[in-house]
Write a protein of this length. Structure first.
Lengths: 108, 115
């Protein structure tokens, strides 16, 4: 069965510091991974997906099949990055399995 | 394009009652998924409809049901409400293809409180 873990419930960093949000998965097939973000008082929205191999708002994520990870990284955190971040793994029928989420707090 | 719209935003119901939630997807999206979000269990998949057919279903009791209309709008129904059904119910639409899977676009959710 699919499973997504995010070991940190809360991650606090200072503005300008690097940030890494961890995501590990278990899946028997060929995985596709997504990161979703929820800013305060806003709806859950797509941040990035691994097949696009793009950088969004300075964030990047690399799929590491050997370590079954899809960690989200940003070299210099900004206060506006404070939000809830979810890693997700889809399967047939748009059944996305979401991790428990990590709350990122960027301190001034 | 207008985003995913869910109505109502808030609902308060009593145990034993039933409730219907509505979702209007982004124009052109044929897939509508429903998720339950709670502090303890996080985001859990309920079911997905594509072109009026249920394609996939999560591990929820039969009290949870849904349907999709020809215009892709979807409704979710919960019968015989229990206190544990209190949650934020999220609807998401997508083009429904995959793999590669198209991303989900979420609504603001319906906050259901069961007393």
């Amino acid at each position: 069965a699919q499973r997504v873990t995010q070991p940190e419930k809360l991650l606090s960093v200072f503005k300008g510091a690097p940030v890494e949000l961890k995501c590990n998965y278990s899946y028997s097939g060929s995985p596709e991974l997504f990161w979703y973000v929820q800013y305060s008082r806003q709806r859950l929205q797509l941040l990035l997906r691994h097949i696009s191999r793009e950088s969004i708002k300075g964030f990047t994520a690399d799929l590491n099949k050997g370590e079954t990870s899809f960690h989200l990284k940003k070299p210099f955190a900004q206060e506006e990055d404070s939000a809830m971040y979810y890693c997700a793994l889809p399967s047939y029928g748009q059944n996305f399995v979401f991790g428990p989420g990590t709350r990122l707090s960027v301190l001034p | 394009k207008a985003g995913v719209t869910q109505t109502p935003r808030y609902l308060i119901k009593t145990r034993g009652q039933q409730v219907t939630l509505s979702c209007s997807p982004i124009s052109g999206h044929r897939s509508v998924s429903w998720y339950q979000q709670t502090p303890g269990q996080g985001l859990q998949f309920l079911f997905e409809y594509f072109s009026e057919t249920q394609r996939n279903k999560g591990n929820f009791p039969g009290r949870f049901s849904g349907r999709q209309f020809s215009n892709s709008r979807s409704e979710m129904n919960v019968s015989t409400l229990e206190l544990g059904d209190s949650a934020l119910y999220l609807c998401a639409s997508s083009t429904g293809g995959g793999p590669p899977y198209s991303p989900l676009h979420f609504g603001n959710g319906t906050r259901l409180t069961v007393t």
